[in-house]
Structure formats: structure tokens, C-alpha cells
Design a protein around this ligand. Structure first.
Ligand code: 5GP
Length: 351
């Protein structure tokens, strides 16, 4: 047994120190980024926010809303659309604004291979970006899978995760990942830390993993734990290239889920992808050998996602003006974190 004594930080443990700036208005700030991916050599330009591949968030409707928003946001589609629906979506919209998500099961592989052989893929409107997503990115089997997919198609942009430490980020990048997804346990409907005691404070994970990835010409996506727009600023300030959001984008019209009305108030059910609700819906129940590692919560219906996006993008632009970053790319260079014992005044509640 060993103990690491260095303090590891979460978003709530820090604030960003303001800096002198020549920026006159938040309108002068460009919060989009341009990347050329290490392996696929494809280019990306847009605001690097990704909707999580979860029921109620990673939906076709969300992708269409992001398309309408015109800032280049992308959606990681959840894994449970039938291939017929996926082909239909790509045929109509192309693959620019979405990540096709898969796990590492045989069924996932079969579905992907079928898609890659389809006329939609051949027409050039198919999959460009792939999100290979498992709860625990530390298994050898996962690393082998990433290699296999890289060998299968050199032109696909691959995001793979989740991990939280530099050495595993390096391994995944060397095995063919363009982007490594970072986060174990910080999610709004995740119970991994409670069930297993395993995890890593998200801001420190981002800082350490970004350093490892950038050293090899790779990128990271900070996944989970953002609760307010300021958390995104902290994630980018810590070195994240992309940020993935679940809970902050849940409960909207784009959820493709039933809106329940109770006593005049509207609710939407939001659940983790390894919660009992998700496993019952998609797999007919929780397998005997595993416990559920996600929870299910009833959240207030929040209308069109456009309103949430305006808040998030506005907050991010404003963060850049406070530290004098004309472009999002400069935010991490201009960020000094200060450790705090209190960050938000809750006298009138947490909202
Ligand atoms: P949020 O933005 O809601 O804080 O976090 C979203 C992330 O939580 C997702 O992208 C995914 O990585 C993670 N997540 C989603 N469902 C579950 C789950 O059931 N269990 C765990 N451990 N993590 C989940």
C-alpha cells in the first residue's frame, strides 16, 4: 500500500485569478479552436464542447440543435440507436457534427463494420469521428481494441477513454487515439466513487493528462463534473482541449424522452448509462456479476437547449475577457488558479 501526499484538486477547489487585459468586450473573444488530429489528420474547427453519449443528451435532436447553433459544437451519439436510424441520420446530416460511439462488445464492432461498409460511408457522408467509450480505460483489452480500430481505418478520428492518469493517456495515444477522454467518477449521475472507492479529482486529472497528451501531439477531452459554465472555463484553463457535458445539457426538448407532468411542474428522468434504469432499458436488466454504477434522477424540464448553450458560451467568453485571452486557445496560458475554501455564495440557495 502507498499513499500519495500531493493535494489533488476539483473544480470547486479553485478560482481563476483575473488579469489585466486590453479586451474591450466579450464580443472580441473567439471561443472556437482549430485542431488537426494526430492520427486521422482531419481538421476540426468549432467550439470544443461535446454532448455526452448518454440517453437524453447524445441524441439526433441534440445534434440538429447544435447544427442550428452554428458554433461547431458536436454530439457524441449514444450507443443505442439502431443501425438503420444511424444510417438515416448520417445520410441526411453527414458526420461533421457527431461522434459515433461504441463500446468494445462484439455487437458494437459488428454494427460499426456494417456502417463502414455501407453506401452512406462510401458517399462521404458517413462516420468521421469515433468515440470508443468504456467505464474503465485501464484494461489491456481496451488498448488492443483501440489499436484494432486504428488499423481498421486510418482516416477515422478516434477519441478513447476513460482514464485519469498521464501514463495511460500516453499509451492510448501511442496506440492510435487522437483524443483521450479523461474522467473517472466525477459525473452528475455517476456512482463509481461510491461503489468502488476509485477515482481522481477532475481538475488535477485534466492538468496531468493534458500535459501528457500534448507532449505527444495528442488531445484530451475533459469528461464529467462540470456543473456551471465556470467549470468549463476551469477545464480549458487546466489544459482541456474538448469538454464533454452530460448533466448540464440534460432535461431539454432535445432529450427525446418523455416529459412527465406532476402537480403542474414538468420533469424529465435523467440517468447514468450504467444505472439500473439504463441497463433495464437497453440490456433487459442488471447482469448478476455487476452492480449499477450510475443513478437516476428526476430533473426539472428546461425547455430548448438553445438557452443553456447561450449561458455556457456566454460564460466562457466572459471568462476569457477576465484573463485577457482573445482566443480560447490562450486561456490555459493566461490561467492562474488560486486555491479557495469557498467559491459560491449560497445564501439564497445553490442556483
Ligand atoms: P456530467 O457532465 O453529467 O457530470 O458527466 C457526464 C459523464 O458521466 C459522461 O460523459 C460519462 O463519462 C459519465 N457517465 C455517464 N453515465 C454514467 C454512469 O452510469 N456511471 C458512471 N460511472 N459514469 C457515467
Amino acid at each position: 500500500m502507498r499513499i500519495e501526499e500531493g493535494v489533488k484538486l476539483d473544480f470547486k477547489d479553485v478560482l481563476i485569478r483575473p488579469k489585466r487585459s486590453t479586451l474591450a468586450s466579450r464580443k472580441d473573444v473567439d471561443i472556437s479552436r482549430e485542431f488537426t488530429f494526430k492520427w486521422s489528420a482531419r481538421r476540426f474547427k468549432g467550439v470544443p464542447i461535446i454532448a455526452a453519449n448518454m440517453d437524453g443528451v447524445g441524441t439526433f435532436a441534440m445534434a440538429e440543435a447544435f447544427e442550428k447553433n452554428k458554433n461547431g459544437l458536436t454530439v457524441a451519439l449514444h450507443k443505442h440507436y439502431p443501425i438503420k436510424d444511424l444510417l438515416g441520420f448520417f445520410k441526411k446530416n453527414g458526420g461533421k457534427s457527431v461522434w459515433y460511439s461504441i463500446g468494445i462488445t462484439d455487437d458494437d464492432q459488428k454494427k460499426l463494420k456494417e456502417f463502414l461498409k455501407s453506401d452512406v460511408q462510401k458517399s462521404g457522408k458517413g462516420i468521421e469521428k469515433l468515440c470508443i467509450d468504456v467505464a474503465n480505460g485501464y484494461s489491456e483489452q481496451f488498448v488492443d481494441f483501440v489499436k484494432k480500430i486504428r488499423d481498421l481505418d486510418s482516416g477515422l478520428t478516434i477519441m478513447a477513454g476513460n482514464v485519469v492518469t498521464g501514463e495511460m493517456v500516453e499509451e492510448l495515444i501511442l496506440c492510435g487515439a487522437d483524443v483521450v477522454k479523461v474522467g473517472i467518477g466525477p459525473g452528475s449521475v455517476c456512482t463509481t466513487r461510491k461503489m468502488t472507492g476509485v477515482g481522481y479529482p477532475q481538475l488535477s486529472a485534466i492538468i496531468e493528462c493534458a500535459d501528457a497528451a500534448h507532449g505527444l501531439g495528442g488531445l484530451i477531452c475533459a469528461d464529467g463534473g462540470c456543473t456551471v459554465p465556470g467549470d468549463l472555463a476551469k477545464a480549458y484553463g487546466g489544459g482541456a482541449d474538448f469538454v464533454m457535458l452530460g448533466g448540464m445539457l440534460a432535461g431539454h426538448d432535445q432529450a427525446e424522452q418523455k416529459i412527465v407532468k406532476e402537480g403542474g411542474t414538468k420533469y424529465v428522468q435523467f440517468y447514468g448509462m450504467s444505472s439500473k434504469d439504463a441497463m433495464t432499458k437497453h440490456k433487459g436488466g442488471v447482469a448478476e456479476y455487476r452492480a449499477s454504477e450510475g443513478k437516476s434522477v428526476k430533473i426539472s424540464y428546461r425547455g430548448d437547449v438553445a438557452g443553456a448553450l447561450q449561458d455556457i458560451l456566454g460564460g466562457l467568453r466572459s471568462a476569457c475577457t477576465y484573463v485577457g485571452a482573445r482566443r480560447l486557445k490562450e486561456l490555459s496560458k493566461r490561467t492562474t488558479f488560486i486555491r479557495v475554501t469557498q467559491q459560491i455564495n449560497t445564501v439564497f440557495g445553490n442556483e
